[in-house]
Design a binder for this molecule. Structure first.
Ligand code: 13P
Length: 395
């Protein structure tokens, strides 16, 4: 109740700013004027506000983060091809089953982002994947965007599709057990970015966030600033600050309840082709500076993407960000940086399933320790140190 009325006030003040009505008390001995704020304005997330806040807090719980396995069928096909498997529904199901039935995964993972196909799939024994997750106390999530297409009028940039029909799709996803959503749009530094592309990315994210909250799904807000480029870290900082200020401007305009969202930013790093690499301490310093300047403490969790960093790099950077308390839970929502060694270990062979699950737990535990600021890279495998950056990567 408390949250509902708090959010109601927020909505009222942002939409009807300046429309306070002033009434003079009749029959009063004083001629004081009283301001009466209209608070009966319905809020977008009304019915679900308390649940959204609870879901977001569960995902942003100490020592846990998100396993992102929401690759589209085409991208999952690329992953499977890297170990010589065909891109069939059976192979995609087998791979996702391996990941989602890893015993003990819930000790380190609080949420799993699924692709639509996976949300409706079951294990070969007929147990729904969403039930496997719930048993481990992992919240099921769903990728809801429909991918990137060229943005006419821009500098070869893109925009993210998927708002049409999103409300009814989200209702169905909620019925199937999803409790959070993801929408990934990208911003390219070498392409500008143009003011148009940044505005479009921010507006699309805000509309998606409002629709998700209206249907009980905690929106993960992800404007991925791509690693591509040879620019220094200062340039990434400048672009990230611009992008996040626009995102929060439009989130506010759309009355999104900030206590019921999660962010998925890129870390602030030099461009992948820049002549010098930055240390985890430098990356942490720039990234936290940017976030502290742009992200209100009402937001419960920052769940970073890995963006092509190696598994070890992504974990070291996260660890560096958790050396001192932050206003928000600072954690991970990695795809490539949690899956690389797993895939290499599995090779599509049933006899390797257990070893592959163990390697997933190794990475999940390492990132859990990094969330708590207690990770050391000692004993990490060579495979885990290999970078995964792909120029112009599509997800
Ligand atoms: P990566 O961690 O591979 O960059 O994945 C990003 C993502 O958006 C997955 O949901």
């Amino acid at each position: 109740m408390a949250w509902a009325s708090f959010a109601k006030l927020n909505a009222a003040s942002s939409q009807w700013i300046g429309q306070q009505s002033f009434t003079q008390r009749t029959g009063s001995s004083s001629s004081t004027r009283f301001a009466t704020r209209r608070v009966s304005v319905p809020i977008r997330a009304g019915a679900y506000t308390e649940e959204l806040v609870k879901t977001a807090k569960t995902i942003a719980s100490p020592g846990r983060g998100i396993l992102a396995i929401d690759e589209s069928n085409a991208t999952c096909g690329k992953r499977l091809a890297s170990i010589g498997l065909d891109n069939t529904e059976t192979n995609r199901q087998a791979y996702r089953q391996l990941l989602l039935t890893t015993p003990g995964l819930g000790d380190y993972i609080s949420g799993a982002i699924l692709f639509e196909e996976t949300l409706y799939q079951s294990t070969t024994d007929g147990k729904k994947f969403v039930d496997c997750l719930r048993e481990e106390k992992i919240v099921p999530g769903i990728k809801v965007d429909k991918g990137l297409v060229p943005l006419p009028g821009s500098n070869n940039e893109s925009w993210c599709q998927g708002l049409d029909g999103l409300a009814s799709r989200s209702t169905e996803y909620y019925k199937q057990g999803a409790r959070f959503a993801k929408w990934r749009t990208v911003v390219s530094i070498p392409c500008g970015p143009s003011a148009l592309a940044v505005k479009e990315a921010a507006w699309g994210l805000a509309r998606y966030a409002a629709i998700s909250q209206d249907n009980g799904l905690v929106p993960i807000v992800e404007p991925e600033i791509l690693l591509d480029g040879d620019h220094p870290i200062e340039r990434t900082l400048e672009v990230a600050e611009k992008v996040w200020s626009e995102v929060f401007f439009y989130l506010a305009e759309n009355n999104v309840v900030l206590e019921g969202i999660l962010l998925k930013p890129s870390m602030v790093t030099p461009g992948a082709e820049h002549k010098e690499k930055a240390s985890p301490e430098t990356i942490a310093k720039y990234t936290l500076t940017m976030l502290k300047r742009r992200v209100p403490p009402a937001v419960p969790g920052i769940m970073f993407l890995s963006g092509g960093q190696s598994e070890v790099e992504a974990t070291l950077n996260l660890n560096a960000m958790n050396q001192a308390p932050n206003p928000w839970h600072v954690s991970f929502s990695y795809a490539r940086a949690l899956q690389n060694t797993v895939l290499k270990t599995w090779q599509g062979r049933p006899e390797n399933t257990e070893a592959a699950q163990k390697s997933l737990l190794v990475r999940a535990k390492a990132n859990s320790l990094a969330q708590l600021g207690k990770y050391s890279a000692e004993g990490e495998s060579e495979e885990a140190k290999k970078g995964m950056f792909v120029k112009g990567y599509t997800y």
